[in-house]
Write a protein that binds this ligand. Structure first.
Ligand SMILES: NC(=O)c1ccc[n+]([C@@H]2O[C@H](COP(=O)([O-])OP(=O)(O)OC[C@H]3O[C@@H](n4cnc5c(N)ncnc54)[C@H](OP(=O)(O)O)[C@@H]3O)[C@@H](O)[C@H]2O)c1
Length: 255
C-alpha cells in the first residue's frame, strides 16, 4: 500500500509549495497533484519527478469528485496528507459577480473542501493530516469580498469542528489562515472589479506559509497563522465587535 500526499491547487502558489515540501518527506511514496490546467501539471511533474502523479480535475464539479473517489477505490492508498489548497477569490462588489460565478466560488472553496475530506478520511489513519486553506479573510466579515471571506469562514469553522469530531482517530485537521500571499490568485481576483480591495499590507511568500502550515499540522494544531501582521489581525478580530472591525477594514482599504 502506497503512502501518499494529495494536494489540490498543486499547480500554483501555496499548493505548489506543499508539493515541494512533500518531496522532502521520506515516508511519502507519491504526491497526487490536482488542478485543472494539464500543461501546468505536466511542467510540475517535469520539474518534480516521478513521485508526482497528476490529475486534471475541475473540483467545482461533482463529477470530478466522483472520479477522484473511483481512483481512491481502485488504488486504496494510505493517505498521510490531504491539502485542500484549490480555491479562488474575487475582490469586488456583489454587483460585479454573476450568480454563476458566486456559486462556483462557493462550490470550489467550500463544497470541494468538504467532499475531498470526506472522500479521503476512509483512507486515513493515525498520524494523517487534513490541511485546509482558509484565510485571514475568515476572521471577520469583509465587505467587497463578501462571498470570498464567507467561504473562508466556512473552511475555518468546518476544519476546526471536524478536527474535534476526528479526535480518537489520530487524524488531525488544520485550518491555515494566511494574510496576503504573493501568488497568481490576484490575477483572477482583480479582473473586472470597479470597487475593490486594493491595499495588500504585509504580503508574504507562499513557501513560508506552506512551511509554517506543515510545521503546525505536524504539531496537531487546529489553526495555523503565519506572520506578525496576520497574528495581530487574528487577535484584534477576537477582541473587536465585528461592526467596528468592518469599519476599520473599509477605512484601511479606502472603500
Ligand atoms: N494568495 C493569497 O493571498 C491567499 C491568502 C489566504 C488564503 N489563500 C488561499 O490559499 C489557497 C491557494 O491560493 P493561492 O494563492 O496559492 O492561489 P493560486 O496561485 O491562484 O492557486 C490556485 C490553485 O487552485 C487551482 N484551481 C483553481 N480552480 C480550480 C478548480 N475549479 N478545480 C481544481 N483546481 C483549481 C489552480 O489551478 P488551475 O487554475 O489549473 O485549476 C491553482 O493550482 C486558496 O484556497 C486561497 O483562497 C490565498
Amino acid at each position: 500500500m502506497k503512502t501518499i500526499a494529495i494536494v489540490t491547487g498543486a499547480s500554483s502558489g501555496i499548493g505548489k509549495e506543499f508539493v515541494k515540501l512533500f518531496l522532502k518527506e521520506r515516508e511519502i511514496d507519491e504526491i497526487w497533484a490536482i488542478a485543472r490546467d494539464q500543461k501546468k501539471l505536466q511542467n510540475l511533474r517535469k520539474k518534480a519527478g516521478h513521485k508526482v502523479i497528476t490529475y486534471s480535475l475541475d473540483l467545482s464539479c461533482a463529477s470530478s469528485i466522483a472520479e477522484f473517489e473511483n481512483v481512491l477505490k481502485e488504488k486504496t492508498p494510505n493517505i498521510k496528507y490531504l491539502v485542500n489548497s484549490a480555491g479562488y477569490a474575487k475582490f469586488c462588489t456583489y454587483k460585479d459577480l454573476s450568480i454563476q460565478e458566486t456559486v462556483n466560488m462557493i462550490d470550489l472553496n467550500c463544497s470541494a473542501v468538504v467532499s475531498m475530506s470526506l472522500a479521503s478520511i476512509p483512507y486515513m489513519g493515525k498520524g494523517s493530516h487534513i490541511i485546509n486553506l482558509a484565510s485571514q479573510a475568515a476572521f471577520q466579515p469583509l465587505p467587497y469580498q463578501n462571498v470570498y471571506s464567507s467561504t473562508k469562514a466556512f473552511v475555518r469553522n468546518y476544519s476546526r469542528a471536524l478536527n474535534v469530531e476526528l479526535k480518537g482517530t489520530g487524524i488531525c485537521v488544520t485550518a491555515v489562515c494566511p494574510g496576503w500571499v504573493r501568488t497568481a490568485l490576484y490575477d483572477r481576483a482583480m479582473i473586472g472589479a470597479k470597487k475593490a480591495t486594493n491595499k495588500f499590507v504585509g504580503m508574504v511568500l507562499p513557501d513560508k506559509v506552506a512551511a509554517k502550515a506543515l510545521h503546525d499540522a505536524k504539531r496537531n494544531k487546529d489553526i495555523s497563522v503565519y506572520g506578525i501582521h496576520t497574528k495581530i489581525l487574528h487577535l484584534a478580530a477576537k477582541i473587536l465587535p465585528q461592526r467596528m472591525a468592518m469599519k476599520i477594514w473599509l477605512k484601511q482599504q479606502n472603500l
